[in-house]
Design a protein around this ligand. Structure first.
Ligand code: DQA
Length: 145
């Protein structure tokens, strides 16, 4: 199985960015956790980060016919982006949405996700572990279908 992991805007600042909310792990730390989990699970990961909405749309479109699943933290675009939601719907790729923080416990503007309706499910609030739980859930889903 081939899975694309997408990190949205400002996640390249993890480790330095509001560590009380997002933790001390850097994006590289999270990516290496994911790579070792992927090799345990026997799946292939490709990992990208972008601060640009259109670049994320391009990356999602590029999964068509190439990747089996998408693990995405859309970051702030979760709450704003019809374009990212439409790209996921267009390529119809099985998708799991993850967040480091519990978005439902935070400001009201973070409670709504444009992505959730086109995802299999959402994991939110477990820090870096959200990504690991999300990858496991995605692989279990893909193997069952
Ligand atoms: C986030 C939550 C979003 O509300 C926020 O804009 C982020 C990160 C998270 O992982 O907790 O940038 O997606």
């Amino acid at each position: 199985l081939k899975i694309l992991v997408l990190h949205g805007p400002n996640l390249n600042f993890l480790g330095k960015r509001e560590p009380g909310i997002y933790g001390l792990k850097t994006l590289e730390d999270i990516n290496s956790l994911l790579q070792s989990l992927a090799s345990e699970l026997g799946v292939e990961l490709s990992i990208e980060q972008s601060n640009h909405e259109g670049a994320l749309v391009d990356l999602i479109q590029s999964t068509f016919g190439v990747f089996d699943g998408l693990l995405i933290n859309p970051a702030a675009y979760t709450h704003t982006s019809v374009a990212i939601r439409d790209a996921i719907a267009a390529v119809a790729i099985p998708t799991v949405e993850v967040h480091l923080s519990n978005i439902h416990q935070r400001e009201a503007f973070r409670h709504h996700s444009y992505i959730a309706p086109v995802a299999i499910g959402q994991i939110s609030g477990f820090g870096a572990e959200s990504y690991c739980l999300g990858l496991q859930a995605l692989v279990t889903h893909l193997r069952a279908t």
